[in-house]
Write a protein that binds this ligand. Structure first.
Ligand SMILES: [Zn+2]
Length: 533
């Protein structure tokens, strides 16, 4: 029996809808991996939810002239709709409801009762004019590690934590002209340094399977003293902290990450009709599930250091993630995405124009796996048109001329092994230890072109085993099925087969010709009522 798999797409901050830079990171990757696992017969639960408590919700709401709660509610619904449109199918997209809050409070109370927090006096940036502390997304300045422009808490550029008063030349995000001073505050912290040995052991055990940049980052992080992680902040936006020592403070939004993720899986289980005994049941050690996080590199410090130490601090109650798969940044037309500057392509706008299969293909082909990569609309049109849609449609048309649907075609003695080889290479791309969406998407176009050329030779009268060709086509469709979700579903239905990457599925002496569906480069407009009648 293989272990059940729990997949988390790092809960997105609910300060707006998703642009393609967001979806091209953790979410398309997680969805693609989950579709592969399902096709392989694995028991898998894929969940996410909104991250409402981040200070970024507060600052964006102020910029837009709305309330943080109204923005969070609207964004949660938008993200859910966008994911549906993209075919990013989560089993549960958890709301921030009473069950969510209960899960968070149970989690922090348990750590508190186990004596895992410390009360510390820290120096925090402060706005005298507004009478408020400036932490996390409320404050900007230069990162003390890499000198890039950063926010408080964590630096987006280098990924390293930014200690409380460590930003160089801090400024207020809400009003850069408002001078920033410092004030002391007594807050609860989680002393990360106390988990050094366990973190070292955890990461060294996984170093040969994780992406090199993640491994390098963790080693660098662990080569120097680990900072205290703030559990509470003296700010107004967030869940009220339940501790007597910190009256009027709120919980650091990042602390919600683990109980929120557990609750996302709990929500998904309930969506599927089961009633788990507790909000954190899926993650309890006794179930021994395989846990996988898909997150952006800019949050890796939180997910791979802070959250792991928190789970360890629960003293054996929870599983630890087997894999944390992190992506780099995606750019738009060689510039950073910027919602506030309008330099953005919304995912839902793109899939309204270009079929989502083709969008998913391009996002996979260019996914920022190891370095910053770029989305270009012209490149999408060119690559998708020339390497995928054109050759695919020619292959489909040629096979239609060469065969009759339903016709039985003999497979040569070499046929099964060749089809299985295609399936095997796709499987390698989707397994986490060798996970690469770039290579999976590239394999699709390699084999489309190869089969197109074979079919063209057959049409010219050269001897080509059409049974072998159809069997390899089945393997290609199976390998492409986690990416080209709509076309492959139509093709598998037309061919009367279930997509499979198992060699056994290709151990046949004959196969059946079927009509191969084509690909459109544009979303076909839905006919209006007048046109229908
Ligand atoms: Zn930095």
């Amino acid at each position: 029996m293989s272990r059940p798999v729990l997949v988390i797409g790092g809960p997105p901050t609910t300060n707006g809808d998703m642009h393609i830079g967001h979806v091209a990171g953790p979410y398309v990757a997680a969805d693609t991996h989950v579709r592969y696992l399902r096709a392989a017969g694995r028991e898998v639960l894929f969940a996410s939810g909104g991250d409402d408590s981040q200070t970024y919700v507060y600052t964006t709401a102020a910029r837009l002239g709305t309330t943080p709660q109204a923005l969070a509610d609207k964004s949660w619904a938008q993200i859910k709709t966008t994911w549906d449109a993209m075919g990013i199918h989560v089993d549960g997209f958890a709301p921030t409801d009473d069950g969510y809050r209960r899960n968070v409070y149970d989690y922090v109370q348990r750590l508190y009762d186990l004596g895992k927090f410390r009360l510390r006096t820290v120096r925090l940036p402060y706005s005298e004019a507004k009478g408020m502390y400036l932490v996390e997304g409320l404050v900007g300045g230069d990162c003390p590690t890499c000198l890039a422009d950063s926010r408080g808490g964590i630096c987006e550029a280098c990924g390293h934590p930014v200690d409380f008063d460590a930003l160089i030349e801090p400024y207020s995000i809400m009003d850069p002209s408002d001078p920033v001073t410092y004030r002391e505050a007594e807050i609860l912290v989680f002393p990360l340094e106390e988990y050094r040995e366990q973190l070292l052991a955890y990461h060294e055990a996984r170093a040969d399977r994780w992406r090199p940049h993640a491994v390098q980052f963790i080693r660098e992080l662990l080569s120097r003293p680990l900072p205290d992680f703030p559990i509470t902040y003296p700010v107004s936006w967030g869940m009220p902290a339940p501790f007597a020592e910190t009256p009027g403070q709120t919980l650091n939004a990042w602390l919600e990450g683990m109980p929120a993720s557990m609750y996302c899986h709990n929500f998904a289980q309930r969506e599927q009709g089961t009633t788990p005994p507790s909000g954190d049941d899926a993650w309890r050690a006794e179930h021994d599930a395989e846990l996988v996080f898909f997150v952006g590199f800019d949050n890796l410090y939180i997910w791979a250091a802070v959250h792991i130490a928190e789970l360890i601090a629960h003293e054996g109650r929870y599983i630890l993630p087997d894999t944390i798969l992190c992506n780099e940044f995606y750019e738009l037309e060689n510039e950073k995405f910027s919602t506030s500057k309008g330099h953005v392509v919304w995912a839902r706008d793109l899939v309204a124009e270009v079929p989502r299969d083709l969008v998913r293909f391009y996002l996979n082909l260019t996914a920022p796996e190891h370095a910053r990569t770029n989305f270009s609309r012209a490149a999408l049109d060119k690559i998708v048109g020339e390497r995928l849609v054109g050759p695919w449609n020619e292959l489909a048309a040629t096979l239609g001329k060469l065969t009759t649907a339903g016709e039985t075609l003999p497979v040569s003695p070499e046929g099964p092994a060749r089809a299985a080889a295609i399936a095997d290479r796709f499987g390698l791309c989707f397994e986490l230890s060798s996970f690469s969406l770039n290579r999976a998407a590239d394999l699709i176009v390699q084999h489309v072109e190869r089969l197109r050329a074979h079919a063209a030779r057959a049409l010219d009268g050269e001897p080509v085993e059409l049974g072998d060709l159809f069997l390899q086509l089945r393997a290609l469709i199976s390998g492409a099925s986690p990416i080209l979700i709509d076309m492959t579903a139509r093709a598998a239905e037309a061919g009367g087969f279930t997509p499979s990457l198992s060699a056994a599925a290709y151990a046949v002496a004959s196969t059946t010709a079927f009509p191969v569906p084509g690909l459109d480069t544009r979303v076909q407009p839905t006919p209006t009522l007048a046109e229908v009648s």
